[in-house]
Design a protein. Structure first.
Length: 146
């Protein structure tokens, strides 16, 4: 329970008072199916919570003002999930709870002058992609360029 509370506090860190940092699918309205499909296709970060009811939360910092995912988000998530040390389900399903990825996005990063990737994502998504490539020594033959 403590880890969930601490994680939700971390997801809320850096937000203006009264500004939500995550959104549930119920609040996405018509975008429900689209966001859920993007998460299942590994193109959007969903953080799984069990309380108050089991569901995914979608950190707002991964969206552009028009509601679409930030540029390079899918590539960044691919690198994190392919080369990062995050727990995955057995049997090759490659699904995660999203907590490890969220921690990476919210932690200060040396290659971004100490700025967390989530904070740099909207203004410099290519720099965040480059930081992920360098940190995890991702194979540049993945077809990802920055």
């Amino acid at each position: 329970m403590y880890r969930i509370v601490a994680g939700m506090r971390a997801l809320n860190a850096g937000q203006k008072a009264g500004t939500p940092s995550c959104i549930s699918l119920q609040r996405l309205g018509k975008q429900f199916l689209h966001a859920s499909q993007l998460r299942r296709n590994r193109q959007l970060l969903g953080v799984y919570i069990t309380r108050p009811a089991p569901s995914y939360r979608y950190p707002l910092w991964q969206f552009r003002p028009d509601g679409h995912p930030i540029d390079h988000l899918a590539e960044i998530l691919k690198i994190l999930r392919e080369f990062g040390p995050f727990q995955q389900e057995p049997a090759g399903l490659r699904r995660t709870t999203g907590w490890g990825e969220a921690e990476w996005f919210l932690s200060p990063h040396a290659l971004l002058e100490g700025v967390p990737p989530a904070s740099a994502l909207s203004s410099a998504p290519a720099r965040v992609l480059r930081a992920a490539l360098i940190e995890f020594q991702a194979d540049t033959s993945m077809g990802i360029s920055y």
